[in-house]
Design a protein around this ligand. Sequence first.
Ligand SMILES: [Fe+2]
Length: 362
Amino acid sequence: MRPAQLAAAALAVLLLSSCSSLPPSSPAATPPATGGGTASQPATASAPATQADPSGTAVEFAAAGDFGDGQAAAEVLDAMAGSKAQFGLALGDLSYGSPGKESAWCSFVADHLGPDIPLQLLSGNHESDGRNGSIDAFAACLPPRLPGAHGVYGRQWFVDLPQRDPVLRLIMISPGLDFADSGRWDYVPGNEHYDWTATAIDSARDAGIPWVVVASHLPCQTMGRYDCEPGPAVTNLLLDRKVDLVLHGHEHLYQRTHQLSLGPGCPSLLPAHSAAACIADTDSDFVSGSGTVFATVGTGGRPLRDVNASDVEARYFAAYSGKNEDPTHGFLKIRVTGDALRAEFVRAGGGNFADSFTLHRR
Ligand SMILES: [Fe+2]
């Protein structure tokens, strides 16, 4: 390993270890988010406030992944801009461009989203390993702008929204991604990534934050072309903790599950398998604490791919769209108040696919 690589690896370890031990009920004690694995981007010290609801009780954001810089991506970003979302959340796979051209993509985003809607980043596999640019460089030109974020921005971070009297903890993790400076990030019981995730969820519950949403690029259960790339352990952690909603990208399609849960007939969710006992509720009008809804929103602009309706895991899914099924680009708009979490797929181009679901507080 060259000296520069050693230094980068050491810095990554330092950042990770510094954010891996948050006390269960003291999330504010964790360090603020730093930019993309480098210490160059202080998260929030001078971050402008987002367009928070004046009452401080509603959070509204737009989530999608797998953008590129083509016409469809422009339409998705334009639709986000018109949606009055307070911020956008990129679920990974950003430019699909050349390394070194990251700032051009950031300018493309800014041209369409405008100055008032920041796009907040989670890495995908296309920029974790540097193939299509570096998550560090994207994080430098689309920096953290949500006040009070903790962890390593772009890779493993969380933020409470609104910062004061939050109704939502939004947690971003990177299970299964290969990072150029630190290798594959596994999330398995007992390791620091897994423990960081568990503690971030548990401390939100302990703090009385009503809703927990987790985002990670790679899905496990899927009707697309990939296997369970993040591994089943982290998926089962999210189910065990009854995370309300999990957002993914990676598959260039939309797929949204029923509310799934573990229980006596479903001790764990197994990849390439399905069991009726793992389904808690199917009517898209859910009650919090009963399970977890998973939504893959890889419809941010890249050419769509087929969904496989005969996939063994298809029984878990309530709604889906892809190249062979009402192909529609768009994003998931999520509105969170103390009482409800409502999600709606917002069409930006292509077909006429629609989906929406609501979780109510028990
Ligand atoms: Fe992708």
